[in-house]
Design a protein around this ligand. Sequence first.
Ligand SMILES: C[S@@+](CC[C@H](N)C(=O)[O-])C[C@H]1O[C@@H](n2cnc3c(N)ncnc32)[C@H](O)[C@@H]1O
Length: 300
Amino acid sequence: MKHETVLLNEAIKALQIKSDGIYVDGTLGGAGHSKLILNQLKNGFLYAFDQDNFAIEFAKNVLKDFSNYQIIKSNFRYIKQELNSRNVKEVDGILLDLGLSSFQIDDEKRGFTYLKDTKLDMRMDQNQELTAEIIVNTYSLEDLAKIFYLYGEEKNGYKIAREIIQKRPLLTTMDLVKITDKINRNEKGHSAKRVFQALRIAVNDELGALEEVIKDGIECLKPGGRMVVITFHSLEDRIVKHYFKEKTTISIPKNLPIQHIPLADYQLITSKPIYPSDSEYEQNSRSKSAKMRVIQRREQ
Ligand SMILES: C[S@@+](CC[C@H](N)C(=O)[O-])C[C@H]1O[C@@H](n2cnc3c(N)ncnc32)[C@H](O)[C@@H]1O
């Protein structure tokens, strides 16, 4: 099993690594980015987060030749607490390469795929209680429809939710796919794609965790430090785009007699997102939806 890192060189270049700096990889995964960061560090140190045991075991092997790093098995939403508990108040750079590793998607037992008949699980953190099975079998009609609509942009969300409630209990991915096949039979692409995306986001509270990590993460940056975020769908990108814009602009009421306009504490390095190159698109289909945005804490 292998994970093909997306925007590998672009992300590391954007971090502007200092050999004695302290860095955070919020999404260790297959350790492609972490390895390249460590290659550029001499006296520096890397803290790497992942909430998936399998990813951590895999990454330890990839990073076996390095010692100047620590893996933190935690949701990245706790970035500030985890760093503070290690007496780290400020870091030089933070990288987030969101979503799943290929080995999570490809491992049918994890229940992320609608192509295999398997348990409805979808947890990134195997110790978490909430699974996709609990959501589809216990949530109300309104809550299910809302999840499908908001997190999957699934326009038939209400109909699918109603059918789920009639067919309960649903035990496997194919129990759900039979329902989406029926309701979305005239749609292009796989009938379950949007519903699976929505459930995955809900199970792992992916958007809530993203909001927290970018908010707390940029507060942990040293002056001149950067946060680099790679997103894979519009819901994630929208959150990053809006928050970065909010933190890099100062709104001054019109007609206020101000001579020197103060600068925001952060500056936007990417006014437009950075996309993978054509050759990366060709080699790695997962890169097709990737977008990278970068923010920097202003030097004082
Ligand atoms: C796309 S992969 C990262 C791949 C990595 N950059 C590489 O080069 O191999 C995303 C990883 O982040 C982890 N992850 C996603 N959301 C997380 C969260 N909220 N907290 C901690 N880890 C998370 C997933 O378990 C997965 O292993």
